[in-house]
Write a protein that binds this ligand. Structure first.
Ligand code: FEO
Length: 413
């Protein structure tokens, strides 16, 4: 069994999950175009890794466990690296079950182990497990000596859950960063940026951030302040590659700074629902006019075809957002309505915005989408624009006007 030593006496014990179709039973772990298709046909091309780490010193410390479905292979790895030694600590950086579900099983193998967490972690443990463990409550900054190595804790409430903390190993300057700096995709072969094909993960860092951490811009900024004040040589997250190269750490910190401030790149997402192609024709017309006015980065999504996690990824990526829908039972078309709910849930800020739609007898959807943009506090450039039936001349003229204004605003920012 290959168990990489990511730094001196720190081993990677993570596991690859290629079985699950949906992360958190909601986000596809597959490529975008396959997201809607049966798992059995295509397999999990990307999957996800649950990372865990073992520090060996006079004392031994495990950083998190893995998803319950992967525990048999994980326990084998743990025993292989321990080579008959006992386990002294399990540090619980995050209580979400993809990392914490295995705690109880590990304590069955190592009954004297001490489970380390903050006040909230220990509260949460009692909600998930009925067994009694040895526990140690730690405060932010508190140090635990393992021998040559020592670990301390940086609290990061709401960098996904309220109990989240990061563990810093001082000797190797390694930060075990929980969900922060995570990524979808399995780790095939190696586990570090020095050994993996990192280009593969570029899009998935963005989809992971936007869908898992995206809602928590302020907490991410607080965390960035804390970690940029310490020396870090290695970032060891709970999902995705371990970062050991200065350039990849800097690149990711830069990405987190930008995304946590909801600063979009110069580009536009046009997302629509369409039953018979009329709203889609409007989307194409808008894209054509934006292009005519100099906008290069345009992404069109049919909300019926593409899983929301990919659309949300690009909504976080780009500054411009244009949403369209036909009127459906006097409302917004259901897939667009569902996407809108998700966008509201993520609290996306600072977007240039317009709404459009088609109808036959009740002009409702585009107005309701425009109201949504107002509620989100976005900068509405123009509109809403609607067409009765197929795209008519009047609506096309409005599209041309809106697109010109949109491009001017977008390109001057
Ligand atoms: Fe990977 Fe918030 O758990």
């Amino acid at each position: 069994m290959y168990l990489p030593e990511i730094k001196s006496n720190i081993y990677y014990l993570g596991v690859n999950d290629r079985k699950k179709h949906l992360f958190e039973n909601i986000v596809p772990e597959l490529y975008q175009n396959l997201a809607q298709l049966p798992f059995a046909v295509h397999g999990a091309e990307q999957g996800v890794a649950y990372n865990s780490y073992l520090i060996l010193d006079k004392k031994t410390a495990l950083i998190d466990t893995v998803d319950i479905g992967m525990m048999p292979v994980f326990l084998q790895k743990l025993q292989t690296v321990l080579q008959g030694r006992t386990l002294d600590y399990i540090v619980v950086n995050h209580m979400e079950p993809d990392h914490a579900a295995g705690i109880e099983q590990v304590t069955k193998y190592y009954p004297d182990v001490i489970v380390v967490g903050n006040k909230k972690t220990l509260q949460f443990i009692s909600y998930y497990f009925t067994g009694k463990f040895n526990t140690m409550e730690v405060a932010e900054g508190q140090e635990i000596s393992l021998g040559e190595k020592k670990i301390s804790f940086i609290f990061a409430p709401m960098v996904h859950w309220p109990e989240v903390m990061l563990t810093y190993e001082h000797d190797t300057q390694t930060i075990f960063s929980a969900d922060a700096f995570g990524c979808f995709g399995t780790l095939d072969g190696g586990c570090t940026d020095a050994t993996l094909d990192m280009e593969r993960y570029d899009e998935e860092y963005l989809r992971y951030y936007s869908n898992i951490v995206g809602k928590y811009g302020n907490p991410v900024q607080q965390l960035l302040k804390k970690i940029t004040a310490i020396d870090i040589s290695t970032v060891a997250p709970s999902h995705g590659p371990v970062l050991t190269q200065k350039e990849s750490i800097q690149k990711l910190v830069k990405l987190y700074k930008r995304l946590s401030l909801y600063e979009g790149e110069t580009g536009v997402v046009i997302v629509y629902g369409s039953m018979y192609g009329n709203t889609e024709t409007m989307a194409e017309a808008i894209a054509g006019q934006l292009s005519l006015n100099g906008v290069q980065h345009i992404r069109i999504f049919d909300a019926s075809k593409t899983h929301a996690s990919y659309i949300i990824r690009d909504i976080f990526r780009y500054k411009g957002l244009i949403i369209g829908s036909p009127t459906y039972n006097s409302e917004i078309y259901p897939v667009v309505s569902s996407l809108i709910d998700k966008i509201a849930g993520y609290g996306v800020k600072n977007r240039l915005f317009s709404a459009f739609g088609s109808y036959t007898w009740a002009d409702q959807a585009s107005k309701k989408i425009a109201d949504f943009g107002q509620k989100m506090g976005w900068d509405t450039v123009y509109g809403p624009i609607s067409t009765q039936g197929t795209l008519n001349e009047c609506a096309f003229e409005e599209i041309a006007k809106m697109s010109k204004l949109f491009a001017i605003k977008l390109l001057q920012k």
